[in-house]
Design a protein around this ligand. Sequence first.
Ligand SMILES: *Cc1c(COP(=O)(O)O)cnc(C)c1O
Length: 360
Amino acid sequence: MTTHTTSPRARASYAELSLYAPDRRPCDVDLSDNTNLWGVPPAAERAMREAASDAMARYPELYAHSLKNALAQYAGVDTSCIVTGCGSDDVLDSAIRAFGEPGDRIALPDPTFPMIPVFARMNALTPVPVRLTSAYDADADALLATDPDIVYLCSPNNPTGTSLARAAIDAIVARANGLIILDEAYAEFAGWSAVELAMRSHRVLLTRTLSKAFGLAGLRIGYGIGAPELVAAVEKSRGPYKVSAIAARAAMAALGDDLPWVRERVDAVVTLRARFTDALRALGLEPLQSRANFVLAPVADAAKVAAALRNRGIAVRPFEHLNAPACTPLAATRGSAIRITIGPWPLLERALGALHEVLP
Ligand SMILES: *Cc1c(COP(=O)(O)O)cnc(C)c1O
C-alpha cells in the first residue's frame, strides 16, 4: 500500500539553528555565566520555602499582575508599562515575534548577546550583525543603513561589558523605523538606565532580568519596560501563565525586603571589577572597560586558556572569532577572549592565581 504522507518538516529557518550549548559542566569556581556569586537573596529564599501549597496546585496569575506592580515600583514607572516573562529571554523572543513578520530584518551590534540571532531565526526573521566601532560603541549609521525592521541594542553589552554611548542610542532612536529593543540585563552594574527614554519614545522597549544582579537565574524572571501599547503587544505574543506562582512570590520578596542586599552586592561588584581589571593588567592582559558584572580579556587562544583554567577548577567563558573592532586589543587576538564573572574576591584571587600559571 502506498501512502502519500510527507514527513514533518521544521521551518526552513531552523536549518540555521542549533541548541544553545555552552560548557555547563560543574566546576569548583564557576565564573562563566554572570550570575550573582554571593548566593540567594534571603527574603526571596524564605518566600520560596514558605510558599503555600496553593501556589503549586492552582494556576498563577495570568500575566503576573502582582509581580508587575512590584517591578513597576522598582523601575519607577506605571504598571501598564511592564511586561514579565520566563526570563528576559522570553521577553526578547516575544518582542521579536510581536513586532517582526517572517522575513523581516533585525539589526544588531556584533559582538552582542548570542541568543538574539537565535530568537530571530526562531521567529523566521533575518539577523543582520553590524560590527561595533573601535570605541566598542554601536555604529548608528551602519545599523541604520541595513534598513532594519527591528534594532537590538545591549548596554552594558554582553560579552564586551562596555556601555553604549547615549548619543549612539539617541541617534538610532531618532532615525530608525520600527521597534528598538534595548537590553539592560546588566543596567544595575552600570549605574544608569534609559528608562526615561523608553517612557518618552513609544518605540523603545527595555528588557531587564532578575537573573544577574538579583541572583535569581533559576527562577526565570525577566521583564520589559515600554509604552503601554508596546507592552500590550509583547504580552499577546508571550501568552498567559509564563511566570510560575512560586517564582513570582520569591521575586516580589527580592524586590522588597532584599533590595538592600542586592544593592550591597552591586556596590561590591563595582569595587571588585576595578580591582580585578587592574590585576589582569598586571598579568599583562588588556581587559575591556567593563560596566557590567564581568570582564572580557582578549587572550591568544581562549579555548586553550579556558580548558587549562578548568583543569585548575575555574570555569570562564571562552570566545573565539568575535568580530573585533579594528585597532583594538581584541583585534590583536583575532577576536579570541575569555569572559570572567565578578564575584567575591577570594574566587577572583583563585582565578588570578590560575591565570598566572596558565598564561604564556
Ligand atoms: C543573561 C542575559 C539575558 C537573559 O537573562 P534571563 O536569564 O533570560 O533573564 C538577556 N540579555 C543579556 C545580554 C544577558 O546577558
